[in-house]
Design a protein around this ligand. Structure first.
Ligand code: G3H
Length: 530
């Protein structure tokens, strides 16, 4: 039986009968029409043996990129534009209005998330709601930050007021697996702090931003938010080569991030906020609660088909419990339901990246050629873009699955005798995002925490790896990240501390008093945001 449904069997509210042909883009405060070449968007959901075409978007060119840059530059105007000089309170009210109107678009965005990247309905809804929550949490964090900065400091006879100021033009590029949330997790803090923004949606997950264009357009002054679409070399290279991008906020591969950074003619002027690859390990010690470890590892490795940067991408299990663990893990994976994103109870869905199932099958074959086996051959099913999770055991050094980030539904399990083996793995890995430790002996766990926190940025105890809650710092060492994101850290990374200072003389006191009393400066001000 065909895994993919025919159009008539799809519930009418989730059906796409008419493709969304997006011919518009946002530039300099207006939604402009594009009559040039379009890029076809194919869903991972197939129809008649082929990916279903669900729409298209503009393939803009270097000229459009230049227009977006000019608009962002004009709106920033060397920090003299309306937006960067606007009071924090006013900027907050614009972002609040944006979030309010954005909520109206929830159903449209959620439907497109399911069709463009195959994310399940509950996860797509969660991505949208989490993004709205993130915006409100950012507003609260900024209010708090602003309250702390609304006072003067007097030190060594100098009066000072210290605040955080914007950096300029921010280029935001999010990843396909969280195209809305992770784009907005940089775009919103960058904006609210007074920067102007150019954003390019990821290659997969473009159309879902379309319903938000008019909301951006209505909420912010001209040129504060601009969008570009198309091939990176046509629209991103000229932006970077112009030297006018002040911050690169990019979530994707280190190869692309390095190439983009190299294009900037004055690298010291470019601040980079990067979320890159990871190969987070789950380490299951001999005294672990196996049922708990299995539950966390299944969800850690296979939520959204393993397409999370924080996914557990390799499991190390102690030899004394490996058979029991493997049996329970395989049974838990067998109970996962595959299907279409809108079907109830589904967790495994089609993969959006082109030829991804072929690539994953190669990784599995490579391990099997070198002596590993598939623990769950009976359930394996490949069909076009769909692949039921494959558990590969025992994975060893030398196999591609040992080091390569699979970013998909393949779970490599390594057996170990001595804890030094997974510890060496973490040390030698190119990545340093997170690790999960499963065990119950407090001494043992404590001994491992101390070296591990100096190798990765989050050690999860008896819990899968994850980014949230969003107020926690999210970062990585080595090739996994540059900079730290969290609701409050993001406000810092898109700004620089600036101060106004004056020797404490009667004349300067009167001068400052007068500016504050007349509220003639947004920066030099004691206004308190409630
Ligand atoms: O793809 C990486 C995401 O930041 C992971 O976020 O742990 O909340 O799924 P998550």
């Amino acid at each position: 039986m065909d895994f993919f449904p025919s159009n008539e069997t799809i519930p009418s509210q989730w059906r796409i009968d008419v493709p969304l042909e997006q011919t518009s883009y946002l530039c300099d405060g207006e939604i402009r029409e594009w009559s040039g070449e379009q890029h076809d968007v194919y869903s991972p959901i197939c129809e008649g043996g082929e990916r279903k075409r669900i729409g298209s978007y503009p393939l803009l060119d270097a000229h459009n990129a230049q227009e977006a840059l000019d608009a962002a530059h004009k709106a920033y105007n060397y920090g003299r534009g309306e937006w960067p000089t606007m009071s924090v309170e006013e900027r907050i009210s614009r972002v609040e209005a944006f979030a309010y109107d954005m909520r109206e678009k929830r159903d449209e965005v959620v439907k497109l998330l399911m069709w463009e990247i195959g994310k399940t309905l509950p996860d797509s809804q969660k991505e949208f709601d989490r993004t709205i929550d993130y915006i409100y949490a950012t507003i609260d964090a900024l209010k708090e930050l602003d309250r702390l900065s609304s006072r003067f400091v007097i030190e060594e006879g100098i009066i000072g007021q210290i605040r955080r100021s914007p950096l300029g033009i921010v280029l935001c590029m999010g990843p396909f697996n969280y195209p809305l949330n992770e784009t907005f997790a940089t775009l919103i803090p960058a904006l609210i702090m007074g920067n102007t923004v150019i954003f390019k949606p990821p290659k997969l997950g473009v159309l879902l931003h379309h319903p938000l264009l008019e909301v951006f357009c209505a909420s912010f002054p001209k040129g504060v938010v601009n969008t570009v679409y198309g091939a990176g070399e046509k629209v991103i290279t000229p932006l970077m080569q112009s030297g006018k991008i002040d911050v690169l906020a990019f979530i994707g591969s280190s190869r692309v991030a390095d190439a983009l950074k190299r294009q900037h003619p004055k690298p010291h002027r470019l601040r980079s906020v990067l979320g890159l690859e990871a190969k987070n390990a789950g380490i299951v010690l001999e005294d672990a609660d196996i049922d708990l470890a299995v539950k966390e590892c299944v969800s850690g490795a296979l939520s959204f088909n393993g397409q999370r940067c924080t996914a557990l991408k390799i499991l190390f299990v102690h030899r004394s419990i490996v058979d029991k663990f493997n049996a329970k893990f395989s049974a838990a994976v067998a109970s996962l339901k595959g299907g279409m994103p809108w079907e109830s109870g589904v967790s495994i869905t089609p993969l959006p990246e082109f030829d991804k199932t072929v690539h994953l099958a190669e990784l599995v074959r490579d391990a099997c050629d070198q002596g590993a086996s598939i623990l769950n051959p009976a359930q394996n099913r490949y069909e076009h873009t769909y692949m039921f999770p494959v558990i590969v055991y025992p994975v060893r050094p030398g196999m591609r699955l040992y080091t390569e980030e699979q970013f998909g539904p393949v779970v490599p399990i390594v057996v170990f005798d001595d804890i030094s083996e997974p510890m060496e793995y973490v040390i030698e890995s190119d990545y340093g995002q997170q690790v999960s430790l499963f065990g119950t002996d407090p001494h043992r766990i404590a001994e491992l925490i101390d070296p591990l926190v100096n190798q990765v940025c989050r050690v999860n105890l008896n819990s899968q790896c994850q980014r949230g809650p969003d107020i926690f710092p999210f970062s990585g060492r080595k090739d996994s990240a540059e900079g730290t994101l969290s609701v409050s850290d993001a406000l810092r990374v898109f700004t620089i501390r600036t101060l106004v200072a004056a020797k404490e003389t009667d004349g300067n006191r009167d001068l400052i008093r007068s500016i504050v009393r007349d509220r003639s400066s947004s920066f030099l001000s004691t206004d308190f945001i409630f």
